[in-house]
Design a protein around this ligand. Structure first.
Ligand code: ZN
Length: 236
């Protein structure tokens, strides 16, 4: 396990503006210590010079934290996609921002420019936006409060229930709310069909349907998909 460098990153803008966060960035020791990408561990080209800590300590996974440095967030990663993957696994809002930088709010299925629509809606008062949305994009079901988040979604290309949940930008695409809703319904049907197929190929033992669990009777209907539950996050 590579030792770590305690890197202080001071944020000047955004939600974290005014705060300094500390990251434990991997580093390799040699004539001059080199920092490695927080996500893929590849060596990072940067001008940051780690210095020895007066008192080394152990990180949360037992790794030795021997150095310290000040840096900015981009120097923690070898590339933008590693940065997106790292924060994306931890923060849906950050991943949505990265996706927007890449696709600018354009639906990857029908080509509808949701951000352009949002810019248009912004010229109207919040009260009028709902009506304007119905006129400009009747396929998008109007929510009670129109926000940019209600116009497009960061959709998992491989759905969460198929294991696409803990992913980076490579498994995400922009979908307008209309296309996203159609895809979600199609996937729900597919999931149900798959559940039925699995049930047929692995019949449950006799007595399963009325098995007692304490005082409760477990009774699974035939329609219920036999797919393991997932704790992974749905689209956002
Ligand atoms: Zn669309």
């Amino acid at each position: 396990m590579l030792p770590r460098c305690q890197v202080s990153v001071h944020y000047t803008q955004g939600r974290l503006g005014g705060h300094t966060l500390k990251y434990l960035q991997p580093l390799s020791l040699g004539a001059s210590p080199k920092l490695h990408c927080m996500e893929c561990l590849k060596m990072v080209e940067s001008c940051v010079h780690p210095t020895l800590l007066d008192v080394p300590f152990k990180g949360p996974d037992g790794e030795k934290v021997s150095h310290q440095a000040s840096s900015n967030e981009t120097d923690l990663f070898c590339s933008g996609s590693c940065r997106a993957r790292f924060f994306g696994k931890r923060n849906g809002a950050s991943l949505r921002r990265q996706l927007f930088d890449l696709e600018r709010g354009v639906c990857q299925q029908c080509g509808f420019d949701c951000h352009d629509l949002w810019q248009n809606l912004l010229t109207s008062s919040p009260e009028r936006r709902k009506k304007k949305l119905e006129e400009l994009a009747p396929d998008i079901k109007s929510p009670s409060k129109v926000t940019e988040g209600s116009l497009w979604q960061a959709d998992h290309v491989v759905p969460v229930w198929r294991g696409g949940g803990l992913c980076g930008l490579e498994n995400l695409q922009t979908l307008c709310t209309a296309c996203h809703s159609a895809k979600t319904k199609a996937e729900a049907r597919e999931r149900k069909e798959e559940g039925k197929r699995q049930k047929l190929s692995s019949p449950r033992p006799t007595g399963w349907r009325n098995m007692k669990a304490g005082k409760r009777t477990i009774d699974l209907s035939d329609d219920e998909p036999h797919v393991p539950p997932t704790k992974q996050k749905a689209d956002f």
